[in-house]
Design a protein around this ligand. Sequence first.
Ligand SMILES: [Zn+2]
Ligand SMILES: [Zn+2]
Length: 223
Amino acid sequence: MAKTKPGVSAPKLKAGKKDLHSYTIRGTNKVVRGDCVLMRPSDIGKPPYVARVEKIESDNRNNFKVRVRWYYRPEESLGGRRQFHGAKELFLSDHYDVQSAQTVEGKCIVHSFKNYTKLENVGAEDYYCRFEYKAATGAFTPDRVAVYCKCEMPYNPDDLMVQCEGCKDWYHPACVGMTIEEAEMLEHFVCFECSEDDFKQFQNGFHASPVSDAKVESKRQKR
Ligand SMILES: [Zn+2]
Ligand SMILES: [Zn+2]
């Protein structure tokens, strides 16, 4: 499942190459420095490749080359796209390459996950990365992330979630028997477990029985 990338394998740089600080994308006034860029895929109709430019060089014939570190889309990873992967999710891989600068189509921004979730509007050029990815083994760093809801899934920023006022956990409307429309209308939400706890406390108050149902420690991994 080798990842295919645009063009033929990069020719060896000839003597006389020089490092450049920037490259202007052909037909635009966009200047690439150490930015994240979109690169023309080898298959027309596929989404552009995303990479981080590490170095820009030109040879003595003025051929521009970019040394890049690829971002992988979830579907390009060994494990494939999972339910919690967002549409704009990318993995920073350990896969480096040298490409002709002519395959650079545009610039983009790869946000940290936290910053991405704070964006008011997500533009076409906005992506996020929360995992590094080893292309050879398919391993992710970090290998554990916080999970939420009854389904115990990492957060997919494309999905609406509601927060319980009791336990502060976040829930998918569908997982607690609500539609998205219902969840959007909601002003207060208490999950089933928390509303049961409230009810038990109420009962205990009446029967004065000892509280035996000490809350089970959360098995969630938070990092
Ligand atoms: Zn859920
Ligand atoms: Zn709760």
